[in-house]
Every structure is written in C-alpha cells, then in structure tokens.
Design a protein around this ligand. Structure first.
Ligand code: C5P
Length: 234
C-alpha cells in the first residue's frame, strides 16, 4: 500500500501582503510550493504528490512542476482547489488512486519541513495510528480572551497550562479511510484536518514537530524562511 501527500495550495495568502497567491511567491528564487513539493517527495515513502492549485491557476502550477527538478520516483498530480482549505483538501483526496492507504496533508505554506519529520509522521501511521500530527511546545504563554473589535482591549478569560499545549504543524498523516470519512461527515469551520478526525471520535496522536516546519504567514516569515534556506546551503 502506498503513501500520497496532498498539498492544499489554493489560498490567497492575504496576511502576507499584496501579490501572487502565497504558494507561488518565491523563496530564494524558487516558488514556495516547489519547496513544499520537494519536502514531501524527499521522503522515499511518498510515491504520489497531489497539488491543489488556485482554481484559475492549475495550468500555471502544472507548468511550474514541469519546470523544476523533482525526484523521479514520485508521481505528481495537479487539481483545482475550492473556496476553503477544507474543500481544497477534499478535492485533492478525490484524486487519489485506490492503492493509497496512507495520506499526508501538507500546507504549501510550510515549505521547509525536514524529511525526518515527514518520515516520523508516516511511520506512526504505518504503526497503526489513524491520525498523526507533528507539533512543538509553545514559547509564548497563551491567554483565552473575549474577542473585541480591532484595537479595543480584550478581557482575559483564562490562562491554559502551557505545558499541556502544542502548536501543530503539517504534514498531518492519516489512514486514508479515516480521513475520507472525516471529510464526508464533518462540516463547519476547521483549521486543520486532524480536528475533523477528532470530531469523529477517533484518536489523534502527536509526534515531535520541527521549528523549521513553521508556517509562512506574515512578511517576517519570508525573511526567516530565506535565512533558513541560506543556512542549509552552507
Ligand atoms: O490560510 P491558511 O494559511 O490557513 O492556509 C493553509 C493552506 O491551505 C495554504 O497552503 C493555502 O494555500 C491552503 N488553502 C487552500 N484553499 C483555500 C484556502 C487555503 O488550498 N481555499
């Protein structure tokens, strides 16, 4: 049974500032999406990468994949995405061939995740977990607040114990049938795939993530990502 990675890359990336869709922005001259595809294909266990492209940009993304050197042992597919991340992931899942038993879902916005993290997630699924998320401890103390209009002071409601909190990353790994069931049955706004599996009542486990798997969201993250790439080249 084979492993596939689905990469939702259809978001606009408005928090990054004006410009091209986030996944197509360059990091040290190479589109973020290509870095993310390479990060998945770097794992010898991944035999297929499905890229979910901006709906109008599927042809452009296909050309990008053709124009960049990628491992030959891996197959690549491009499908058009949807209105929400959730819908984009589902469209990617719909494109999977029957012999895929393990599915990774990886944000294009996490272009620098190391292969050891990818392999650790896959291994945990192959060892029997139905849902696996890489995660890291928090540096900041977190407050739960009562949200107010922008700029207004927000009352603090609680301070959860930081030692019991984790910031979750991708790739998240799943037994294919479990993830499909989650996407068929769970509705509502979610920000990751594991939370859909949680809503099914199925167990989700955490494995160690990596600081280089951070999400490129704001302009400062681009600076950090290029610095990480520069450090890897030496
Ligand atoms: O917006 P956010 O940073 O949470 O997006 C996470 C990932 O989901 C990004 O890689 C983005 O391209 C993708 N996405 C998508 N389709 C959407 C919205 C987001 O594939 N409609």
């Amino acid at each position: 049974a084979r492993t596939a990675a689905v990469i939702p890359a259809a978001g606009r990336g408005v928090r990054l500032g004006p410009g091209a869709p986030k996944a197509l922005r360059a990091l040290n001259g190479t589109p973020m999406l290509i870095h993310a595809v390479r990060a998945m294909a770097a794992s010898r266990a991944v035999s297929l990468v499905v890229v979910v492209a901006p709906p109008e940009g599927a042809a452009e993304v296909k050309n990008l994949l053709d124009a960049h050197a990628l491992p030959e042992r891996t197959d690549y597919l491009v499908v058009p995405g949807g209105e929400t991340r959730q819908e984009s992931v589902r469209l990617g899942l719909d494109a999977l061939p029957d012999d895929i038993a393990t599915v990774l879902v990886h944000d294009a916005a996490r272009p620098l995740v190391p292969v050891d993290t990818v392999d650790a997630v896959i291994e945990a699924v192959r060892d029997g977990a139905v849902a696996v998320v890489p995660a890291v401890p928090l540096a900041d103390t977190v407050k739960q607040v009562e949200p107010r209009e922008k700029g207004e002071p927000e009352p603090v409601l609680a301070t959860p114990d930081r030692a019991a909190l984790r910031a979750v990353q991708t790739p998240q790994g799943f037994a294919r049938d479990t993830l499909l069931r989650a996407h068929r049955t769970v509705t509502g706004n979610v920000t990751d795939d594991a939370s859909m599996v949680e809503q099914l009542g199925e167990p989700v486990v955490v494995v160690p993530g990596h600081e280089e798997a951070f999400k490129v969201t704001r302009p400062l993250d681009l600076v950090l990502a290029e610095a990480v790439l520069a450090r890897r080249r030496v």
